[in-house]
Write a protein that binds this ligand. Structure first.
Ligand SMILES: C[S@@+](CC[C@H](N)C(=O)[O-])C[C@H]1O[C@@H](n2cnc3c(N)ncnc32)[C@H](O)[C@@H]1O
Length: 305
């Protein structure tokens, strides 16, 4: 039996992890909860309602994780956790999956484990590690962990590498295809490499046609939504999280989108001054190109409306 899938990228920068800044802070939010902040990026990981409330609204409920885990289906529920960071999203998702008894496979991606180490050392304050302490100890030590039963049947692996680079390698085609993607990079202006059209196109290609997959992310930017549509995703309005009145959900099948973007949104996108996808790791705000406008109009999502 093959125990572990190969997450190692063929190429990539072996020193990437050590080059990352180890500068993280804990900040207390107005509601009393704590969140990790990257000093280098000047961004708080879960800035308004806190890590657990945001992860529940944005990923657990929006991606319907528990219900989808209970639905018939062979094999584990596969989650891709893009931007592992301090692991608040993925641990909140795993906690929600415990009562379902479904086996879960998680692939987490980050170019540094520093925020996770930092958060784990402050787990009492952060409060969301409860019951997963030994899982995290093994994960931090070995980069992977397997649990037979407690807290849930789980196989969890971390790829510590530049995500766009790893995703582009042929090895990515052998990773277990996802049912759900928790997409949590820093903002496009700060972290443009994580929000490009090539990246979301590759992600979409790595989902499997017979495995419905949905992706949620905190941004509602027109630029992001156009990028997802042009990458071949169906795209809808996502739940409010406390921080944002709207977020974004995408899927490889239209059935997983409760509130698809419609013609009104398309018309607004046409007038937006920041709608054209990023084609490389450089943040630029531009209105839609004629090519993007045509591609959007050809998208099956807008054919029926
Ligand atoms: C907002 S934080 C994620 C917070 C995390 N999801 C949590 O629940 O605590 C964004 C993460 O994306 C990671 N990241 C940014 N650019 C990356 C890249 N090019 N490759 C891999 N990870 C990246 C950062 O290191 C950071 O940990």
């Amino acid at each position: 039996m093959r125990l572990w899938f190969n997450l190692a990228p063929e190429r990539g920068d072996p020193d990437a992890a050590s080059e990352m800044s180890a500068g993280y802070d804990l900040v207390q939010l107005k509601n009393g909860t704590w969140s990790v902040r990257s000093v280098a990026e000047g961004e708080t990981f879960h800035p308004v309602v806190g890590p657990v409330a945001e992860a529940e609204a944005l990923y657990v409920r929006q991606l319907n994780l528990a219900e989808r885990a209970r639905q018939a289906g062979k094999g584990p529920l596969v989650l891709w956790d893009v931007g592992l960071g301090a692991a608040a999203n993925v641990l909140t998702a795993l906690r929600a999956l415990v009562p379902t008894d479904r086996a879960v496979t998680v692939l987490s991606f980050d170019h540094t484990l520093e925020p996770l180490r930092f958060a784990f050392e402050r787990r009492e304050q952060l409060g969301y590690f409860g019951g997963f302490e030994s899982v995290l100890e093994t994960l931090l030590r070995d980069g992977r962990v397997r649990c037979a039963k407690t807290p849930l049947p789980l196989e969890w692996q971390v790829l510590t590498a530049d995500f766009p680079t790893a995703l582009a390698t042929p090895e990515a085609e052998h990773w277990p295809p996802p049912h759900g993607i928790l997409f949590d990079a820093f903002s496009p202006a700060r972290n443009p490499a994580m929000w490009t059209l090539p990246l979301f196109t590759r992600l979409r290609q790595l989902t499997r046609p017979d495995r419905p997959c949905s992706l949620a992310t905190y941004s509602r930017a027109t630029l992001l939504r156009v990028t997802l549509l042009r990458a071949g995703w169906f795209v809808g309005v996502g739940h409010a999280t406390g921080e944002k009145d709207e977020t974004t959900v995408a899927a490889n099948v239209p059935e997983l989108i409760a509130e698809p973007l419609g013609r009104n949104w398309l018309e607004r996108a046409r007038r937006s001054t920041s709608a054209e996808p990023l084609t490389k790791a450089e943040y630029r705000q531009r209105p839609l190109s004629p090519e993007s406008w045509e591609a959007l109009n050809r998208h099956p999502q807008f054919q029926a409306v």
